[in-house]
Design a protein around this ligand. Structure first.
Ligand SMILES: [Zn+2]
Length: 260
């Protein structure tokens, strides 16, 4: 969107958390960035002495954070608004601060209820599933390798750079989780937290294709109970693609990605 990669964070003059946002902070504009869960905020600073750089500030508030990071001051509200409008679509800088995987434990906690109970797949079945999903999301099918018993702690891994999934255990939900990472990266262009709101929505959309695991509504309700932040379906490209595909397919058995 008009910026070179990596340059976005330089646009914001200040990176350190100097402005605290609380219930009393006067916020004239805010915009939720769905994939990252961060909020772009336009606020007026009433502190004394008057901020030299200007009383109006526009900056990103990371999910669950209290301080504005990556913000810029303005002398007039009109300038602040212009900056706000220009930056809301881009999302926060894709750097370590906004990549922090804040809800990874909640994701694992939620999955604990179902992931190892799902069916064990053979390698051809894994390839069948990822191949079908790749068609839906209009991407290249990932390479899937299965290395049973290699690692104890990790069940599966996604290699975003090489479009690859490595499975250490054969369960379907583990494969879908890793596929959701590839889809979130390639289709949604979500370069923020690995298990952020965009990932969870994408994963839920993929899970909804496999009612043998659990009804989609039930999984989503369980995810909310686990405190997960989930992007809205309409705001996630992968979820929109999937819905379009489902409308198209409408019960055609060739469309079903469930392995037999
Ligand atoms: Zn993951």
């Amino acid at each position: 969107m008009g910026f070179k990669k990596g340059a976005l964070s330089d646009i914001f003059r200040r990176r350190r958390s100097l402005i605290k946002i609380n219930d009393d902070t006067p916020i004239s504009e805010q915009h939720l960035h769905p994939l990252s869960g961060a909020v772009l905020v336009l606020t007026k600073i009433d502190s004394k002495p008057r901020p030299v750089q200007g009383r109006y500030a526009v900056g990103w508030l990371g999910e669950g954070r209290q301080h504005l990071w990556y913000y810029k001051n303005f002398q007039t509200e009109a300038d602040a608004r212009q900056f706000f409008e220009r930056h809301k679509k881009d999302g926060p800088p894709q750097n370590n601060y906004f990549k922090q995987d804040q809800q990874v434990n909640e994701v694992y906690g939620w999955e604990h209820h179902f992931r190892l109970k799902t069916m064990a797949l053979t390698i051809p079945q894994m390839e069948f599933v990822t191949g079908k999903l790749a068609q839906i999301f209009n991407m290249e099918a990932p390479v899937v390798t299965f290395k049973p018993g290699k690692k104890k702690k990790t069940y599966a891994e996604a290699d975003l750079q090489n479009n690859k999934i490595i499975m250490y255990r054969p369960q379907l939900a583990l494969l879908l989780h890793e596929m959701a990472h590839l889809v979130n990266d390639q289709v949604n262009q979500d370069k923020w937290a690995w298990h952020g709101p965009g990932f969870v929505r994408t994963y839920l959309s993929i899970l909804s294709l496999f009612p043998i695991i659990a009804p989609a509504e039930k999984l989503e309700a369980l995810a909310r109970e686990s405190g997960l932040s989930i992007a809205k379906e309409n705001n996630v490209r992968a979820s929109r693609l999937l819905r379009k595909w489902r409308d198209h397919c409408n019960g055609d058995p060739h469309c079903d990605p469930t392995p037999t």
